[in-house]
Design a protein. Structure first.
Ligand SMILES: [Zn+2]
Length: 116
């Protein structure tokens, strides 16, 4: 009681619904980044937590998220998606971009800029 546990393991999960993979610590309740469900997650990798491992994992999933959103948007426009879908995708892209900026800022401050 009292002392907060520090996470020590980074776990990579894959969502069986949308094939998305993402990383969380062993203390987090994992939830799929894309479909926001947590019932079909499969653990695929465990590694010790280092700030490098977290940064790499997050940047990778951010990039992939942006790429897949942009692809979905382009494909949708070519096929002629409805306004509702188009708005949904645009909103998702804005959300992803904000998140990406947030993460870059956070890591920029505590990892990259720290000089020994
Ligand atoms: Zn999913």
């Amino acid at each position: 009681m009292g002392s907060r546990k520090k996470p020590s393991t980074l776990i990579t999960y894959q969502c069986a619904r949308c094939r998305w993979d993402f990383s969380r610590t062993e203390l987090d309740k994992p939830k799929c980044t894309i479909c926001e469900k947590r019932d079909r997650l499969q653990e695929i990798k465990r590694e010790p937590i280092t700030s490098q491992a977290i940064e790499t994992g997050m940047m990778r999933s951010m990039e992939r998220m942006m790429i897949s959103l942009e692809k979905a948007y382009e494909a949708g426009r070519e096929e002629g998606i409805g306004d509702k879908e188009e708005i949904m995708l645009l909103e998702a892209m804005v959300k992803a971009r904000n998140l990406q900026r947030h993460v870059e800022k956070a890591f920029g401050k505590c990892v990259t800029r720290k000089k020994a």
